[in-house]
Design a protein around this ligand. Structure first.
Ligand code: ADP
Ligand code: ZN
Length: 759
């Protein structure tokens, strides 16, 4: 590592010797403050404690104020700089990051263009950094040397007695314990400590424990031939030298989870661990149970875990006591000591990309971790991301297909309902006549129904018919959504809300109109049309309380509730054999977003939700209401034809230099003054162009232009897109220009490598 200490201008210190002896030097990175690493001298007394992966306090700047950093490297080398400063102290008794995790995080910092220290701070949970659930205790003991001299020592009777008791105690005692046993105060004990007759050790102990209840066990299922073939491919790569990632492309209900589990059983039998990543919303009790029924030691990492439990689980995992870690995105950083396999279920899911610093994609990080550890990565999906699909087609990844459902159940029959021609004479609601009839039939057949609508709230549009005024958020300029239950109009981009208007605030007309349908209104319509059948709604408004998700699904599973209405929250992973009908209320909600991935998202969503039916013996049917039945994404989804979708989409991606054919870096700047933001990004774009030309780097620049969400929380937003086949070229440009341009006071900007969110 480069020595950066020459930046300091402090005077030479006694430890700065001239004859250049070998010394121990630590490289330290910081999560805040300096973005580059600095070298520090390790004083002799700290040599055993300063280890890569622990945090240390080091003096910084002219004032030498102590700041906290991560030691990432320790090296024995000649002392060349006169100005190197010594580490002050070590914060962690245990290593927070193994050398492999250090390598991985360094790669992340390079790839995602952020500081190594920032990555480390994001990778080690705050609960672990804060040592949640542990406390420090002082333990006293007597050395054998002192013990033999004990009768000869001149001490007060109280001191004599305390020392005597401690000398014969079978274990070290805390000061209050010793005081109690010796029937004295802590004063004589402190005297003994001052005289150096008592040894003091400070140890951190955990006071937390979380016992897992025992679980019903399940035997492995007899695999069908497709599953066997898939398992064989995975197991072959478990023993391989440098296995490549495997795409397990299996239709919904093809039994992918059983394949993952049997592959992991094999890994665990070799005394190694596995990490299973699932989308955040699939982290349901059902998922947990499936793994608990098959493995003794699992850790489920979820977002509403207490800090104490998170730290406890982390330590169990680091100690190698956990066989399988199941969790969302950040579980990829689980500190498993002997990792044997990584599985990502629903690998195409957008929740694997983090939308705050460091903006990593867990799939890419997993691929890197698997490569470093020399282990297989299994990517499962019915609708693979085009990135993964393309890599499999180009034979960079291996691929296995499971084209049919378990038990050869047919795929559900999918029909589109063309909303342009379909008219419902009975109502102007969201449920078309065809869907209404299908729902009646299903309910009479004792079946259950899932209705998907990807918009929450009651009415998504509030407008005055007299003057045309649309109710908007003053901070985001986005339309407000009516939430009838709480009688408010809310902004879905910030926390702004007002009392639901009953007249137009502009012209005072009293007939203000609410239109556009959200899940709340849909639920009302369902209740009115199907009075005799209980229904339930699942969206982020009704599922606020912890445990509400589980309760709702349990009521649906038990059959008490016959109709489940919800947002995309219900589109994934649910395995209920009695769901005989799925209705997609509006397939177009995601289709017309100003985003190149709109088609892909629509295809995935319809395929996923369609996969919730036809899971039992009674089959299943799907009705997709749409204004664009001929759209390729919708057409391919109705035919369960991934290939058809990919073949339409890939040429388009190639033509416009989009992923997977090129890389993209998106830069978003925001600030309260529109002109300032625009000007800043304009200057940045000029710098980029200039540097690219100088260095002959082939990079396309798009923008700057207002972002689709032009204003958010009182900040104007502009974005700039860089595209290139060479991510490296783009990274060089951004890295260079980042330092060359000073940021106006009120403007902030972010750099998003391989962006998913284009809003
Ligand atoms: P996927 O994840 O591919 O959508 P699942 O793993 O949820 O599919 O499997 C669908 C259903 O089939 C589950 O209820 C599962 O228990 C069952 N299943 C999987 N494999 C087998 C098998 N070999 N024999 C019988 N049932 C199976
Ligand atoms: Zn707002």
């Amino acid at each position: 590592m480069k020595n950066q200490q020459s930046l300091f201008e402090s005077s030479p210190e006694p430890w700065e010797l001239d004859d250049q002896p070998q010394v121990m030097i630590a490289t330290v990175v910081f999560s805040t403050g300096p973005s580059q690493p600095f070298d520090y001298l390790i004083p002799d007394e700290l040599i055993s404690q300063v280890v890569p992966g622990r945090r240390v306090y080091v003096p910084f700047g002219r004032s030498n104020r102590p700041i906290l950093g991560y030691c990432v490297e320790v090296e024995n080398r000649p002392l060349t700089s006169r100005k190197i400063k010594p580490i002050k102290s070590v914060l962690d008794e245990q290593t927070l990051l193994s050398s492999r995790m250090l390598t991985l995080t360094r790669w992340m910092a390079d790839y995602y263009l952020c500081g190594w220290g920032q990555v480390l701070e994001a990778v080690v949970p705050a609960a672990v950094r804060g040592k949640a659930g542990t406390r420090e205790v002082t333990l006293l003991s007597v050395s054998s040397q002192v013990a033999t001299q004990l009768p000869a020592l001149k001490l007060s009777p109280k001191q004599q007695q305390a020392l005597q008791i401690l000398a014969v105690s079978p274990r070290p005692l805390t000061p209050p314990e010793l005081a109690q046993q010796a029937s004295c105060t802590t004063a004589p004990i402190n005297e003994l400590r001052k005289k150096g007759l008592i040894q003091t050790e400070i140890r951190r102990v955990s006071h937390a424990h979380f016992d897992d209840e025992s679980h019903e066990r399940e035997q492995p299922k007899q695999l069908n031939p497709d599953q066997q073939a898939a398992l064989a491919v995975i197991l072959e790569s478990v023993g391989a030298e440098n296995p490549v990632p495997i795409l397990l492309h299996g239709v919904t209900g093809s039994g992918k989870t059983e394949v993952y589990i049997q592959a992991i059983e094999n890994v665990v039998a070799q005394d190694r661990q596995a990490i299973v990543l699932v989308p955040e919303i699939s982290l349901t009790p059902q998922t947990k149970q499936r793994f608990q029924a098959r493995f003794n030691q699992i850790a489920v990492l979820h977002s509403h875990m207490s800090d104490v439990e998170r730290h406890w689980q982390w330590k169990r995992i680091a100690a190698g006591q956990v066989d399988v870690v199941v969790g969302a995105r950040s579980a990829i950083f689980a500190p498993t000591p002997r990792l044997g396999m990584i599985v990502i279920d629903e690998e195409h899911d957008g929740s694997f990309k983090q939308d705050s610093l460091p903006r990593y994609h867990a799939r890419e990080v997993a691929a890197q971790r698997a490569r470093l550890e020399g282990i297989p990565l299994v990517l499962g999906s019915a609708t693979p991301s085009l990135e993964t699909w393309y890599r499999a087609k180009s034979r960079v990844y291996q691929q296995v297909a499971m084209p049919s459902r378990v038990g050869n159940r047919p795929m559900p029959y999918v029909r589109t309902v063309d909303l342009r021609v379909e008219k419902n004479p009975n109502s102007r609601g969201a449920i078309s006549r065809q869907l209404y009839l299908a729902m009646r039939r299903t309910l009479q057949d004792e079946g259950q129904i899932i209705l998907l609508l990807n918009r929450r709230g009651h009415s998504t549009h509030i407008q005055c018919p007299a003057c045309g005024h649309v109710a908007e958020c003053p901070h985001c300029e986005m339309p407000l959504t009516l939430h009838l239950e709480i009688a408010t109009a809310n902004c879905h981009y910030c926390d702004y809300k007002i009392k639901a208007p009953n007249h137009c605030p502009e012209c005072q007309y009293t007939g203000i109109r609410f239109s556009g349908i959200g899940t709340q209104k849909l639920e009302t319509e369902v209740r009115a049309k199907f009075k005799e059948w209980p229904s339930i709604r699942m969206d982020s408004d009704t599922m606020r309380k912890p445990g509400s998700h589980e309760q709702a699904l349990e009521r649906f599973r038990s059959g008490e509730v016959r109709i489940l209405v919800g947002t995309q929250m219900i589109a994934k992973g649910l395995d209920f054999p009695n769901v005989l009908l799925v209705g997609v209320i509006n397939a177009d909600t995601a289709l017309h977003f100003p985003d190149t991935r709109a088609g892909e998202r629509t295809f995935q969503l319809i395929t996923q939700v369609a996969g919730r039916t036809g899971r039992g013996d009674k089959g299943g049917e799907v009705l997709v209401q749409t204004l664009s039945p001929d759209h390729p994404a919708i057409e391919a989804a109705t035919r369960h034809n991934y290939q058809m979708f990919a073949m339409k989409e890939l040429p388009f991606r190639r033509e416009f230099m989009l992923s997977p054919f090129a890389h993209m870096i998106r830069i978003v700047a925001r600030g309260p003054q529109q002109s300032q933001v625009e000007l800043f990004l304009g200057e940045l774009a000029d710098k980029f162009t200039q540097y690219a030309a100088e260095q002959k780097l082939e990079v396309q620049l798009q923008g700057p232009a207002p972002a689709p969400i032009e204003k958010l929380r009182d900040n104007y937003r502009y974005h700039l897109l860089l595209k290139s086949v060479s991510l490296d070229a783009m990274r060089r440009i951004v890295e260079h220009c980042r330092t060359a341009l000073s940021l106006p006071k009120d403007v902030a900007w972010i750099v998003d490598v391989d962006p998913l969110d284009m809003m």
